[in-house]
Design a protein around this ligand. Structure first.
Ligand SMILES: [Zn+2]
Ligand SMILES: [Zn+2]
Length: 335
């Protein structure tokens, strides 16, 4: 394995004090489970026929807003700086991502950059491959990487992993106001459903379909990126980790399931390297680039991709694309 066979630096991972660890545990547990109860309610409403077309449209639209906010906003823009955009569109992306309920931006970015640096090794916050060998250990690892990793009593250092976000006051505003946007993502579909249907029941079903069930199902799909897409799927590139291209996950996560491609070219705005690979967020960004909503979209050229296919992770470490990937900003400042 390449560069990275070293243990994580002590400054990169912070052990929380008992009170903070408890708060983190309770918050994460609530975000994992409460939307699940809403999903059960949505299933019951569907079974009973207690829903309207508005509820289904709200579910679909809010799923799109949630997933685009996380994948285009938090991931490709914030964590990897794969493109540039206006402050207005940046704000829209940060608000949409916050509606996903995956935690405020500093938590998301620091966790994700750490994941890239230590992918499937000690220090990776959510690898499914560190629980040991054998079918039971592999299943335990898969489950841990899907959700329980969020309950851990450690945190990723803000100043180490994301000093760039930390000193950007306009970006940090979206971190401080996270709870407001997350709550807005639950309340807004309820209010829209009420405005359209004009019944008290619509307030409830809008909240359940566009809010809770959307949040639960979109996050279940998103968490498959860290679990299934680091275990099962194709591996056209040798990244020195277990990242894999998992197509079903990629379809539901707008391209994020193409983890093997993404770990090979983390700074690229596209996760697809072949035209037919499912990457809705990449296609969306291409369209937004043509209309100049976003610009300076980064991607490797065909020659770089071809070389990377044959030369493995050492070639990747030498690429500027890899250098601009997650975590490098943190290491430069910390050095
Ligand atoms: Zn990954
Ligand atoms: Zn990434």
């Amino acid at each position: 394995m390449s560069t990275a066979a070293t243990a994580p630096p002590a400054a990169a991972i912070v052990k929380l004090d008992p009170a903070s660890a408890r708060t983190k545990w309770i918050t994460a547990f609530a975000m994992m489970t409460l939307p699940g109860l809403g999903t059960a309610a949505a299933a019951w409403f569907l079974w009973q026929g207690l829903y309207t077309t508005t509820d289904l449209v709200l579910f679909a639209v809010m799923y799109f807003v949630h997933m685009a906010g996380i994948t285009v906003g938090f991931h490709r823009y914030l964590a990897h700086k794969a493109f540039k955009t206006s402050r207005f569109f940046e704000g829209a992306l940060m608000i949409a991502g916050s509606m996903g309920g995956q935690g405020p931006i500093m938590y998301w970015v620091t966790t994700h950059r750490r994941h890239h640096r230590f992918s499937d090794r000690e220090g990776d916050p959510h690898s499914p491959n560190l629980a040991g060998d054998g079918p039971v250990a592999r299943l335990r690892g898969l489950w841990y990487a899907h959700m329980p990793w969020m309950l851990s009593d450690e945190s990723s250092s803000w100043s180490f992993w994301a000093p760039d976000v930390l000193r950007d006051r306009r970006l940090f505003f979206y971190h401080r106001t996270y709870q407001l946007w997350m709550a807005a993502g639950l309340v807004l579909p309820a209010l829209i459903a009420f405005a359209v249907e004009r019944t008290p029941m619509a307030l409830l079903t809008g909240f359940v379909f566009g809010g809770l069930a959307r949040m639960f199902l979109a996050n279940q799909a998103a968490w498959c990126v860290g679990s299934l897409s680091h275990m099962i799927g194709g591996r056209p590139f040798d990244n020195g980790d277990r990242s894999a291209n998992n197509w079903p996950v990629a379809v539901f996560t707008f391209g994020e399931g193409l983890q093997n491609n993404h770990h090979a070219f983390p700074g690229s705005y596209r996760h697809a390297v072949r035209r037919w690979e499912p990457d809705l967020s990449g296609w969306l960004l291409t369209a937004l680039g043509r209309t100049r909503v976003v610009w300076d979209l980064r991607q490797p050229d065909a020659k770089t991709i071809a070389e990377r296919r044959t030369r493995g992770p050492r070639a990747a470490a030498a690429q500027p694309d890899r250098g601009a990937a997650a975590g490098s900003e943190g290491s430069r400042t910390a050095a």
